[in-house]
Design a protein around this ligand. Sequence first.
Ligand SMILES: [Zn+2]
Ligand SMILES: [Zn+2]
Length: 556
Amino acid sequence: MTDNSSILSKLNLYAKLAELHDENPFKFKTFTTAAFNLKKIKESFDSLSDNDLLAVPGVGKSVLLAIKQIYETESFPALDECVSKTPDGVVDMLKIKGLGPKKVKVIWGEMQIESVSDLLDACRQNRLTEIKGFGLKTQSEIIKGIEFSISASGKWHYARLMGIANDFKDYVKKQFPGFQFEYSGDFRRCNEIIEKLVVVTTIDQVEFINFLSEQDYPINVNDDEIHSFIEGQIPIEIICTDYLSFERLLFETTGSSEHLNQIEYNQTDALNFSSEEELYESKGLPFIIPEQREGLNELDFNEQNHHFIEYGQLKGVLHNHSTYSDGLNTLAEMAEYANSQKFQYLGICDHSKSAGYAGGLSDERVLAQIAEIDTLNIKMSPFKIFKGIESDILSDGSLDYSENILKLFDFVVASVHSNLTMNEEKANARLLKAIENPYTTILGHPTGRLLLMRSGYQINHEMIIDACAANKVVIELNAHPYRLDIDWRWIHYAQNKGVLISINPDAHEKMGYHDMYFGTLAARKGGLLTKNTLNAMNLKEFEAYLSNRRKVRNLL
Ligand SMILES: [Zn+2]
Ligand SMILES: [Zn+2]
């Protein structure tokens, strides 16, 4: 549909692309000025005469012609020409708030980044801070801009909503002390992607409506539900009820309908409801934690009295980057912070030498890092730093160093970072070869996905997990809230095959360790047991695990 705003966005896009391609500055500045002034016009442009439009500052013959052509063909030749010589991903970058043509030019031209997801990856690896004219501040603004553009899709990463949801809850509870207010739905189930917040509360509906309208929240009431938006764009549905029905409604709105069917929840149950615990008990079932109420295989993995992993049980923090490659903190800072957080050990896994863009370690740098780790380990004992590496899995599936170097590491995380666009057959072959390499300890972020941005390459999960089982390779659950890769839906299968999972933060700065919290939520959702979590081992157990594994793989 052609309306004023779509015309303006095309004029603006053209101005940006023309600047990006170094066209005559006079030309693109005219389009920017015209779009800026045309924005103030309320009437539809096609209801105005040519002379009216030409009277708008910046609108000359070329802009006028472009507007007419947009009405006819939804575009104009100069725009088409610019678009045709720009990768789609670069055009998308120009639509991100705070990213102008000058910056995009550097990102595309100098850094050769051609998609928004690769740009986000680069930000995560602190690569932008190395570019002249960019700094930490620009980098974090770009991340914010990308997040903002993602939320335009109406979906949010769990981690991004968590803080907002908790702040809102605290605020409401301060206004209504003593009342119950709990999130329900997919947020209570800790899904990785959330589309709306659902609340069950004992606050009176009229009072809640008054409270929201006093704060200028938009309100739409539908029977028992109040619909609104927080932070301007996050849909929230509020169900007001009395104390007697609170637990029941919380229960009914938490589990997916598949879960309610699976446990054969019915009207009679609803009548005799005092607590969720009692409900499961009355059905002869173990208590199913809210995270798991998906209607998948939660009843299977709750058969016995299982203990699911908790954040506080993690004893070590594996797969982290330091300033040796693309991290923000030094090795010593990373170690001291891990120690201060009561972790017993740290695994440093900087990038390997093929990852030149991420400061991958040459053989000499590996040796220098090992020497520094030895010194720190003497100083910090009993805290221990393990010598690791995040080795690129090269296109042919091999690891990134010769055996002479590989054997120096305590453990190796093997991950794919390059040539991500490959078919399933190629991806399987590449991963299988890496898994079969005796030096591979952990398979890093198995699909390379970035939630809401990049689906990652397809793999045959059964085949890859089976190979990990056969080769005693641990699978990473990369805990970064954009990754959460391996997907929690595969944890059940992996555990059945005897494969361990490591909840790894892939931290590029010390605060990144706390992402393991989100990894733990995903792991619990997938039913990960404490005993199958690699980094829930204490220092002694982890050392024994590594040395035993070396024996099994004939590496001693
Ligand atoms: Zn990686
Ligand atoms: Zn990494």
